[in-house]
Ligand binder design. Structure first.
Ligand SMILES: Nc1ncnc2c1ncn2[C@@H]1O[C@H](COP(=O)(O)OP(=O)(O)OP(=O)(O)O)[C@@H](O)[C@H]1O
Ligand SMILES: [Mg+2]
Length: 366
C-alpha cells in the first residue's frame, strides 16, 4: 500500500523467503533487511517512488531462516486515473546464483591476475639472473682477452727488449775502445728511439684490437684474418707454429670487425694450446678463406690430433675446458659473437688429411 506495507505476495516470493503469506501481509518489507543496505539508500528509494518514479537496485536480503540471498528489485508506483499513487508494485528476481557465479569469477580473475603478477616477477627474476650470468661471462672473456693481449705484447717485446739490452751493453766497451764519439751516441739514441716507438706502437695496436664496437660495419674478412695473424704472430712463432693463409678472393661482410677477430684469436689460441700440449713437432695452422653465394667461409685447421670425440659436443658450452688453467669460455664467446651478434655459423669437426695429418677444423660462415 502507500505506506509500503505488503498487501499481496506471489507464491514464488513465499518459496524464496520461507515466510507464509499470513506472516507477510500487513508487514513492511523491511523484515527482509540484512543490514547491508545503507539507510540513505532506503531513503533514496522511498523518495524516488513516492515522487512517482521507478527505482531499480540490488538488495542482499535475509530469508526467514536467516540465510542471505540477492535480489534484483524494481519498485514503481501504481497511480489512479487522477495520477494519485494508490499502490507500490515490487517485482523482484532472485539473482543469488548469478551473484555467486559473478563472485566466483571475480575471485578467479583476482587469483589469475595475482598469478600473472607473480609470473612477471618470476620472469623478471630469471631475466635478471641471466643478464648477471652474461655480464660475468663477458667480464671473464674480457679478462681472458686481456690475458691474451698481455701475452702477445710480451712475445712481441721480447725481441726489441733484447735489442735494447745489446745496445746498452755495448756502450761501455765502445767507451773503453775510444769509439764513443758524438756520432756513435747519436746513432745509438736514434736506434733506441726507433725500437721504443715500435714497442709503443704495439700497445696501441693491441688496444685498438680490444675496443668494443657499437655499430655493425662492412668489413673485409681477409683483413680481419691478416690482422689476427699479425696479432698472434709473435706468440705462434715463439712455439715454432707455422701459419699459412690462403684465399681465393676477399669477401666483404656486415658485422663487428674486432669481435670477428676476437673469435679468430680464440680459435687460434686453442690450436696453439693443442699443439703445445701434445708436443707436435711440425706444428701447423692452415687458414683458408672461400666465398660461396656472397657468404664467406673461413676454415682454421691444425695438426694437433683433433678434439676427442667424447667431448666434441661440449666444447662450445660455457665453462667447458680440459685445460688446468682454462676458463672454458673461449669457444662459447666465439659462438655468441659469430652466431648471436652477427647471425653467422661456427662449428667444429675433426679432419684427417694424408699430408697434413689429424687435427681439428673450425669453420666460420658469415
Ligand atoms: N684445436 C683444438 N684441438 C683440440 N681440442 C680443442 C681445440 N680447440 C678447442 N679444444 C677443446 O675445447 C675445449 C674448450 O675450448 P675453449 O676455448 O672454449 O676453452 P679453453 O681453451 O679450455 O679455455 P679458455 O679459452 O677460456 O682459456 C678446450 O679445453 C679443448 O679441450
Ligand atoms: Mg680457448
Amino acid at each position: 500500500d502507500t505506506n509500503g506495507n505488503i498487501e499481496y505476495v506471489n507464491q514464488k516470493f513465499l518459496d524464496l523467503t520461507g515466510y507464509s503469506r499470513e506472516e507477510l501481509i500487513g508487514k513492511n518489507p523491511r523484515i527482509l533487511k540484512s543490514g547491508e543496505t545503507s539507510p540513505e539508500e532506503y531513503k533514496r528509494l522511498w523518495k524516488t517512488i513516492s515522487e512517482g518514479g521507478a527505482w531499480k537496485g540490488v538488495f542482499h536480503n535475509k530469508k526467514k531462516n536467516g540465510e542471505l540471498y540477492w535480489e534484483l528489485a524494481s519498485i514503481s508506483p501504481i497511480k489512479d486515473k487522477d495520477g494519485k499513487i494508490t499502490h507500490f508494485l515490487g517485482v523482484k528476481e532472485d539473482i543469488t546464483d548469478r551473484k555467486r557465479a559473478e563472485e566466483a569469477l571475480q575471485k578467479t580473475l583476482k587469483e589469475l591476475s595475482e598469478l600473472n603478477k607473480n609470473l612477471d616477477k618470476r620472469v623478471d627474476e630469471e631475466l635478471r639472473k641471466n643478464r648477471e650470468k652474461d655480464r660475468i661471462l663477458i667480464q671473464q672473456s674480457r679478462l681472458a682477452g686481456m690475458g691474451e693481449m698481455i701475452g702477445n705484447i710480451a712475445h712481441q717485446w721480447r725481441q726489441p727488449i733484447n735489442a735494447l739490452g745489446i745496445i746498452i751493453q755495448n756502450l761501455i766497451p765502445a767507451y773503453e775502445n775510444k769509439k764513443l764519439t758524438r756520432k756513435y751516441l747519436e746513432n745509438v739514441v736514434q736506434k733506441s728511439m726507433d725500437i721504443i716507438k715500435n714497442m709503443s706502437g704495439t700497445i696501441d695496436d693491441f688496444r685498438n684490437f680490444f675496443k668494443p664496437e657499437k655499430e655493425k660495419e662492412q668489413f673485409s674478412i681477409k683483413e680481419a684474418i691478416e690482422k689476427t695473424i699479425s696479432f698472434m704472430e709473435a706468440s705462434l712463432t715463439d712455439y715454432n707454429i707455422k701459419v699459412e693463409f690462403k684465399f681465393t678472393k676477399d669477401v666483404l661482410r656486415m658485422g663487428y670487425f674486432n669481435e670477428y677477430c676476437q673469435a679468430l684469436v680464440n680459435i687460434l689460441s686453442n690450436a696453439r694450446d693443442a699443439v703445445i700440449e701434445r708436443e707436435i713437432k711440425k706444428a701447423n695452422i692452415w687458414i683458408e678463406l672461400k666465398e660461396k653465394d656472397g657468404i664467406s667461409c673461413v676454415t682454421i685447421s691444425d695438426n694437433a690430433g683433433g678434439i676427442p670425440e667424447d667431448i666434441i659436443d661440449r666444447i662450445f658450452d660455457p665453462y667447458f675446458s680440459t685445460k688446468p688453467q682454462g676458463t672454458g669460455i673461449g669457444l662459447y664467446m666465439s659462438k655468441m659473437i659469430i652466431e648471436k651478434s652477427m647471425g653467422g655459423r661456427l662449428f667444429a669437426r675433426n679432419i684427417l688429411d694424408k699430408k697434413r695429418g689429424k687435427g681439428a677444423q673450425f669453420t666460420i660462415e658469415l
